[in-house]
Design a protein around this ligand. Structure first.
Ligand SMILES: Nc1ncnc2c1ncn2[C@@H]1O[C@H](COP(=O)(O)OP(=O)(O)OP(=O)(O)O)[C@@H](O)[C@H]1O
Ligand SMILES: [Mg+2]
Length: 251
């Protein structure tokens, strides 16, 4: 399959009483198999909202989204849920681990939703890879932010998804653990069949991608192929110097 996710003319707004705020204003983008794409932009520019729409977790007001070849805007809820369960991994900005389940149960959950079972060994191996070996019985409430974030990554990749959406997946991590996570995401997209879409404030992380999309005020205002963190910062500064500098982190 060539293109794993594609958005055309996607719009999304929220209404508070009479007031309506446009979060996404005609977004067009696509991600091919074997590609890692980063999305950068100031806080509030709509990055998380776009990721939710691309993954079928939110429904846009207008426009089209094709995920794994399925028109998820028009598909019935059940059908879009099936596409998600079979093909998608999602790392939430706030981790969204289930508090009543152990770490191990959290990691195994998406597979069970997809009607499969994760072997205990696979679950433990995955925790080991993210530096959380032996923590399968821990409760999410007892984890640090960085630990919870690594469990969230393990959960997102446990079912062997074709496309992983990761919202600030290194936001709570130190450099070493951040690199573990980035290496895993990068390795996924280094094959020919799978893709990663990652939102990040960390421009060093963004620079690991094959393509970088710069968002501002609900639109993709700039697209660049393989770029260094300095080139990405320069592009953001060209868009809006003050906000870019506030929103970006350059190590
Ligand atoms: N459910 C909602 N209802 C109303 N407004 C919302 C809702 N979700 C998001 N917003 C608003 O939409 C805008 C875009 O939000 P979004 O979370 O997509 O931004 P972001 O680029 O991910 O920001 P950050 O970098 O801080 O995570 C923000 O101004 C936010 O307050
Ligand atoms: Mg966000």
């Amino acid at each position: 399959m060539g293109i794993l996710v594609e958005a055309r003319g996607v719009r999304k707004s929220y209404r508070h009483g009479d007031l309506s705020t446009e979060l996404l204003r005609r977004v067009d983008m696509s991600v091919s198999a074997g590609e890692m794409v980063s999305i950068v932009g100031p806080s509030g520019s709509g990055k998380s909202t776009l990721l939710y729409c691309l993954a079928g977790l939110e429904v846009p007001d207008a426009g089209e989204i094709h995920l794994m070849g399925v028109d998820i805007v028009r598909a019935r809820r059940g059908e879009s849920a099936k596409v998600r369960a079979r093909h998608v991994g999602f790392v939430f900005q706030q981790y969204n681990l289930m508090p009543s389940l152990s770490v191990g149960e959290n990691v195994s959950l998406p597979e069970r939703f997809a009607g499969r079972r994760v072997s205990r060994k696979d679950m433990c191996d995955l925790l080991e890879r993210v530096g959380m070996g032996g923590k399968e019985h821990a409760r999410p409430a007892d984890l640090s932010g960085g630990e919870a974030q690594r469990v969230a990554l393990a959960r997102a990749v446990a079912s062997g998804p074709d496309i992983v959406f990761a919202d600030e997946p290194t936001g709570a991590l130190d450099t070493a653990n951040g690199n573990v996570v980035l290496d895993m995401l990068r390795a996924m997209a280094d094959g020919e069949s799978r893709s990663v879409v990652m939102v990040t404030h960390d421009l060093e992380a963004a620079a690991r991608a094959d393509r970088v999309l710069v968002m501002r005020d609900g639109k993709i205002v700039h697209m660049m192929t393989r770029s260094t963190s300095r080139e990405i910062l320069a592009a953001m500064e060209k868009m809006e110097p003050r906000e870019a500098a506030e929103g970006a982190m350059l190590r």
